[in-house]
Design a protein around this ligand. Structure first.
Ligand code: FAD
Ligand code: NAP
Ligand code: MG
Length: 448
């Protein structure tokens, strides 16, 4: 068994990993020394919301991509921890689509109960990781961000849990340099009220584009034009939101689109996605992948094929989030504890190829949901994570996809049942489209 394990990041993935080790320890297992390095001052990853954008007070990029008034975009029942249910955390059933602060409270609630905080060094950034073949160890260089000196420690295994929705993918378009309004990436979007009264152009056709367009309209934008590259989202948008083909260039305030349409716009938000970025990893350890459900090079979606002592959590595109992170964390833990052994590299590569072949055959969201559910089931069957009704979550995700097509402003008003407790969530108090207050107090108070 390894004697020292480093976990990089204390977001939902890193916390799941620490929790998995603690559960084993409480169950009587001999567990290695686990150290988690977190560059932020607190846990929760992206859910640790900040008003800051750009560079932080230490000169590092601000990790957060969240914004005010962000609500869960999937039913909370589809991400419920099987060993720490929503009913347990809140003491009563709560509605299916909570605001950001409520989900953060839930994530950190389990971490607090599990007693993992003592394993985390906060305000400590991992600056460089390299593998020393001769020693069979990783040299991990960390730095306390308040001007502290860098130091290097040896670890037998490294688990990367740094997320992949923080480093923006930023395209440029003709005329941007002369555009008289604000241009920003969704990574730096913080408050839709900023665009009240403005004509907003949103570029992209995925979750960020959908949600930022709706947020802007909800908080008073004069109009929102969404420009797609591959295909429109095709929802029944409320008045004031429309989808048009890809931007070709801007001239002054006039945005020109493929096919000839033009609109006057005051500000532009690039909802063009994120890059997997691991500047702290030596070249040969770095995962390079687009945002897909099964990245190449990761056995079981976790183990770096070229050196499985390096593990990655949460690097997939995500229908499932917290329950997928738990499945991965339990599996990685059991490998570290020697409960699971890995096959020879050739077999691992063949297994990755089989999963990616199946992914290539997926024809749309329903297939993708089944694909990711199968991936979770494959991990779960080999670990002692508590059972829950995974098939129910699959059905929920498909209902949710359908709900979004029925009403993009109303899908967050639906109620789902828990795959862990069977509880059906109470309805929302105020329809989401009319709820301008995203505070936890209001959300929870309304449940009384
Ligand atoms: P993160 O949450 O990004 O955490 C990574 C942690 O690693 C951070 O704390 C960071 O500070 C730390 N870190 C990074 N680099 C270093 C380093 N070099 N040294 C030390 N520490 C480091 N999911 C949902 O389930 N529901 C939602 O409604 C939802 N909304 C989202 C909205 C937005 C705008 C975005 C961008 C994502 C959303 N997600 C949502 C998906 C999100 O990816 C997951 O919920 C979750 O936060 C991923 O956890 P993570 O631990 O992998 O990464
Ligand atoms: P994403 O899902 O990776 O989508 C990226 C989008 O950018 C795609 O539509 C892509 O278009 C487009 N794009 C990329 N390059 C482009 C270019 N050069 N020109 C035009 N379009 C381009 O990223 P995301 O939408 O930011 O979502 C990231 C994560 O955040 C998801 O997990 C999501 O669930 C989460 N999120 C949640 C909420 C919430 O409400 N809770 C809100 C926002 C985001 P193509 O299809 O053409 O490739
Ligand atoms: Mg797409």
């Amino acid at each position: 068994m390894a004697s020292r394990v480093a976990v990089v990041g204390a977001g939902p993935c890193g916390l799941a990993q620490l929790h998995a080790f603690e559960e084993a320890r409480r169950g009587g297992a001999e567990v290695p020394q686990v150290t988690c390095f977190e560059q932020q001052g607190d846990w929760g990853g992206l859910w640790n919301y900040t008003w800051r954008t750009g560079l932080d007070e230490h000169g590092d990029p601000v990790h957060g991509s969240m914004y005010r008034s962000l609500w869960s975009n999937g039913p909370k029942e589809c991400l419920e921890f099987a060993d720490y249910t929503f009913d347990e955390h809140f003491g009563r059933p709560v509605a299916s689509f909570p605001p950001r602060a409520v989900l953060r409270d839930y994530i950190t609630g389990r971490a607090g109960k599990g007693g993992v905080r003592r394993l985390i060094q906060f305000g400590t950034a991992v600056r460089w990781v390299r593998y020393d073949r001769g020693a069979g160890k990783f040299a991990v260089t960390v730095q306390a961000r308040d001007g502290g000196r860098a130091r290097t420690e040896d670890f037998d295994q490294v688990i990367v849990a740094t997320g992949h929705f923080s480093t923006p993918d930023v395209p440029s378009f003709g005329g941007f340099g002369q555009f008289p309004g604000r241009i920003l990436h969704s990574h730096d979007f913080r408050d839709a009220r900023e665009f009240a009264g403005q004509r907003l152009l949103v570029i992209g056709s995925s979750y960020s584009a959908e949600d930022i367009a709706l947020q802007a309209a909800k908080y008073g934008a004069a109009s929102v034009t969404i420009s797609y590259r591959t295909a429109p989202m095709g929802f029944g948008w409320p008045a004031g939101i429309e989808e048009v083909p890809l931007l070709s260039r801007v001239e002054g305030r006039t945005a020109h689109f493929a096919g000839g349409a033009a609109r006057e716009v005051d500000a532009i938000v690039l909802c063009t996605g994120y890059r997997h970025s691991f500047r702290f990893l030596a070249e040969e350890l770095r995962l390079r992948t687009p945002n897909v459900l099964y990245p190449a090079g990761l056995y079981k979606g976790i183990f770096w094929l070229a050196n499985p002592a390096l593990m990655y959590l949460g690097m997939q595109d995500q229908y499932y989030t917290f329950t997928m992170f738990d499945a991965q964390a339990w599996y990685a833990r059991d490998y570290v504890l020697g409960r699971i052994s890995l096959p020879p590299p050739r077999e691992m590569a063949a297994d990755i190829a089989r999963w990616r072949g199946r992914l290539a055959a997926c024809a749309g969201p329903a297939d993708e949901i089944d694909f990711q559910a199968s991936y979770l089931a494959d991990l779960n069957k080999q670990v002692d994570y508590p059972g829950y009704d995974l098939d129910l979550t699959r059905a929920h995700f498909k209902d949710w996809e359908h709900d979004k097509m029925t009403s993009i402003t109303g899908y967050r008003d639906r109620s789902f049942s828990s795959p862990c407790t069977g509880t059906t969530a109470p309805p929302r108090h105020t329809p989401w489209w009319h709820e301008l207050d995203d505070s936890a107090d209001t959300f929870l108070g309304h449940q009384a």
